[in-house]
Design a protein around this ligand. Sequence first.
Ligand code: DAH
Length: 339
Amino acid sequence: MLDKIKNLKEEIATLHAKNAEQVEILRIKYLSKKGLIPALFNDFRNVAPELKREIGVAINELKEYATETINNLRESFRNNDSGLSDIDLTRSASPCDLGTRHPLSLVREEIIDIFRRLGFTVAEGPEIEDDWHVFSSLNFADDHPARDMQDTFFINRHPDVLLRTHTSSVQSRVMEKTQPPIRIICPGRVYRNEAISARAHCFFHQVEALYIDKNVSFADLKQTLMYFAKEMFDADTQIRLRPSYFPFTEPSAEMDISCNICGGKGCGFCKHTGWVEILGCGMVDPNVLEACGIDSKIYSGFALGMGIERIANLKYRVNDLRLFSENDVRFLDEFVAAH
Ligand code: DAH
């Protein structure tokens, strides 16, 4: 009997379990009514009286030892709040769909990357702006139609709190705080009071670039535009500049690229002209430099601005602007990050 008790004790000393259920199985095996230890108490009745004392003590010690061991095992799983012990770590994971990057983010990052290689750094400004940064500092006349309620969202009809209509406002914010050389690229969301359709939206995205230094010329602007067009589309892309007007640049131009869909031969997308317009640009008007505290006799610069949706249309042929903001996963799933 003493040997039996000793063997059981050794057995219990090596007990281990992987989870709470296994601990319960051990408890039943050793301590439940029909378990091995209560069985010893039954046998105890037949023990010779002179051995009763010694064996009685041994059985009681064994019972205490088993109870303590099993309680400790149970406790080690209870302390584990995460319930991790119940998780089968060898089971294969259930499939999980990875998201894709939004096409506008992909295009924005690509534009930033191209300008970064030319030494431009990213600058940002607020979407809720004031009249000075969106219009006045940029040489907009007091009666310019863009200031009209029909084009601009004013907040609580306050004439000086509005949603920026273009990212050109970031130009004046940076120029006010920094002396040249300035070489910045400003991506961001802009707002205009337009009815939503396939071709217009009340918010969209732009990227603005600004370069101010001594002796910056129109040739620098052209070279930058050419580099951008060839990097963004392909090396055969041609550019064309048409004279235009913006209050904040003089001279101003709009840039077309050879249609990347028909290669310039003429198609429905380029209305059979072979060219598609992609951005506005020009030499920063001296009035703008002066309004922002930069000496226009010493410094000159160029600026350009483009719509990200427009570039994304050309890259991915998305012909309905609304798709960009509807979050339809069937649309979004088509874009896989290139980087
Ligand atoms: N701000 C103009 C727009 O929203 C785009 C633009 C044109 C930006 C010419 C410029 C520029 O910096 O030089 O239509």
